[in-house]
Design a protein around this ligand. Sequence first.
Ligand code: NCD
Length: 403
Amino acid sequence: MNGSDFSSQFEGRLARPVLAKIPDFARQERLKHVIFAQQFDRDLLDHFSATASMIREISRTRPGQDFLTGLLSHKRAMLYFTQPSTRTFLSFMAACQILGITCNEIRDPSLSSEYKGESPLDSMRMFSSYFDVIIMRTPQAKFAESCAYLMNDLDKMGKRSVPIVNAGSGADEHPTQALLDIYTLQRTFEFTAKTDTSKATRFDQLQRKYPTLSKGLDGKVYGFCGDVGRGRTVRSLTTLLALWKNVSMVFIYPDYPKLAPYADMLARLEDAGIAISHAHSLDQVAAQLDMLYMTRIQHEHDTPEDRAFFETFDKSKFTLTPEILATMRDYCPILHPFPRNEEIPFEIDSDNRAMYFRQARNGMWIRAALLAHIFDVDGKIGSYYLRNYASAPTSSATAVPPR
Ligand code: NCD
């Protein structure tokens, strides 16, 4: 095996269907490694959201912050991000800091021994000698998964082994982005407002205009616009949304095969009973959506042939203009994993449906909840919360016992 051929060692395991792999990444009731969105079920998602909301609330006070930073102050994390990242990297780092975990990072492999020909798998094993969790983003699909198998093999041999968290692998998967997207939608679809009173709520007001509107993620029409083929965030989020009932999805993308939703994803969604439709212009479908998930065109994956296509490409059809926004439902959240290019002009940011900055902050809370789960301190957070807060937190943490 040479340095870049990491997959040959795990060929058999990598080739299995996703569902057959899931048990390899779990340890009893808990996740051991976080590799695929398929590892999360509804109970776990609700639990993460509840924990995230508790952490958010507890962090508001100094004693609360001190409690949280004491939880994992004996742990160290390696953030191995050899692919560009701003939000995922920083929010994982902030999440570690909230829980007291010390962070170290490698972002440029040319400054590590990989430059001298060290195999990436050797690097990972070295990290496991010094750190307690490896959070990683790499351009290669399946590398995080391979590292999880390496750790499992080490564990079986009685050697030191640490959890692997996939923070984005190739065009493949971005499970923790999907977690924060779901958390954002759960909060948004509570339809609460600071101005709610016992007599008048925002939800009542919305229901007068949209009589079939219900709270929660069931029964909604989810739109995904832009590069829905090469964007890994869409793959991971659609997997999770398929866990809710009566979900419809509308994919809005340029009429060019690489940008279209991939067949394997569509087949999975169809199997899960999702009603799927396709469009090639945002203005034709925007008014019917309950959520709009915008994405940028992932030009870093372009071949010369793709570049020829983009020379004649009409990007205005996949741009959210104020005119299109005016046709959309009053409550329809606009999400974007960021970074954005021109598909959401700055003038949209002041609209209260623009959720992308809140979405990014939610990433910090939900990643802290995920790390708390991995290190088994989420129960302590639940107990602290119940001891110190008489009423339920503002959002998504109602009546969930410590776990
Ligand atoms: C996304 C990613 O890296 O997949 N960014 C992120 O993590 N928030 C989306 C993108 O790069 O377009």
